[in-house]
Design a protein around this ligand. Sequence first.
Ligand code: CA
Length: 589
Amino acid sequence: MNIAALYHRSDSEFAYLYSPDKFHIRLRTAKDDIREVSLVNGDPYRLWGEWHIDLFNEKLPMKIIASTDANDYWMVEMSAKHKRLHYSFLIVGNDGKEMFFCEKGVYPVRKPYISNHNYYFRFPYLHEIDMIKTPDWVRNTVWYQIFPERYRNGDVSNDPVGTLVWNSKEPKLNDFFGGDLQGIIDKLGHIKSLGFNGIYLCPIFKSPSNHKYDTTDYFEIDPAFGTKETLKKLVNECHKHGIKVMLDAVFNHIGDSSEQWRDIVKNGTASKYASWFHIKEFPVSYAETDIVGVADLTYDSFAFTHHMPKLNTANPEVQEYLLSVARFWIEECEIDAWRLDVANEVDHHFWKRFRKEITDLKNEIFILGEIWQSPQSWLRGDEIHAVMNYSLTEAILEYFIRGNISASEMITTMNRQFMLYAQQTNEVMLNLLDSHDTPRLMTVANGNGELVKSVLAFMFLQTGSPCIYYGTEIGMFGGEEPGCRGCMEWDENKWDKDMYSFIASLVAFRRKYSDIISFSNTKWETDDERNIIKLEKEHNGSILVGIFNNGTADLKIAFETPLLSSETRIEKNNTVIGAGGFYIGINNF
Ligand code: CA
């Protein structure tokens, strides 16, 4: 038995309340090293005296829920009826050895270790208030991300000076095409007919740029996008159709056109906003360097962009100001979620306050962070609910698109990520394959529509709530920013109609099988030689099966009518998945 690989930590993603009456306990072991694990557990106060004997009568079997190249992860979901919990693991190795793994270490299964309660892991009391809570509705949401300047021009009267003819050219960094909130209202039918029930809007507050990540005034809708009334109307219409609305909060930095920064430039140290920023030297200044996009600054900013001075969120005045912004749009327009830009560069202290105040105001609000690395320290239940799951994106693209890793390596990366978070967090992660910050999926797939379908279907089978970037449904192309921010094509003759019906089926499939996808663990099988992946998700007597043939030869399977498929045909009594195709089916028992 590989004792060095055994890992557990109480009060972490290895031991947490999943719901008020369910407690999850996980254990990590070396891969393929352990035959059996059981959990001994009980309330210490009920079992005083010869208490360990009772504990051993009540032991619970644990099951492997995920594996990586190096580890197996075991789990048991147990009733939280004992509010106070002492527990340890009884482990039987493939070598036949039996060990007792407890807080003090790894010992033979005998006295004095098993009989002394001081050796056990403890959960002194399971407090519901400390449980990681995530909004239920997010599990059943399929998001549609919109970059408002490029979606639809619904009101030419608000077009900025120099607005170009819609779709007349490839977008450049500073172009304006006149898209606005009225355009989104006009096209809600399109969004609704595809089945989306969540809209995520890139920033819409007053700002001089087309992307609006350099805010001038957080309390005003950009005049080129509309007014507060237009946003109210948009949210109302969305809610009428069961669609949630998420806005983008850019709180890491503000725009240099803001009143606050202009005051700094004008009044220097005498400015009432002098402590609102991270300023190294007054007067503030910047100089271009030889490196494009990297300015030499006397203050901290987003990246090295002099337009975006970084806010000092440790300052109580700044905190109060930003919180008043977050509260305002919930109260004024009843939005359902905040997406937090550059969330990883804002201090934890501020996000904890943000979480408390915002959820006190609207209990079911969803808070999503933009964090590209593993975001464990933000996901402990008192800051954000989830992140844009770029770790998952990267693993999937490395395998499916770039071919840099094998299927097994992809699964190892994905499972390592899943095991970093509590189940209720994984269920609400925003899974995506592209966004306003990355090249479009169709472009990275070199225009291979079947590959796009396959990779989207794969992503939609993963735990978490999937997000589609606008235009994917009609086969839009677009490279690195600003290429990925092109004008939405509204001439239906130019649409990839096959892709449109595929996306509609995919969204309908995800919403129909939401429970299986959200609440089950995934059983994986891979054949790296033939480049085939099979996954199974089981929940309440149904097994959802996905098979992806990324090899070069046909794959014959016994399963019948698919729920969703690509490059797949029925031959005699078999289903044949062609090279590059996939099959998703269900067996009910
Ligand atoms: Ca307009």
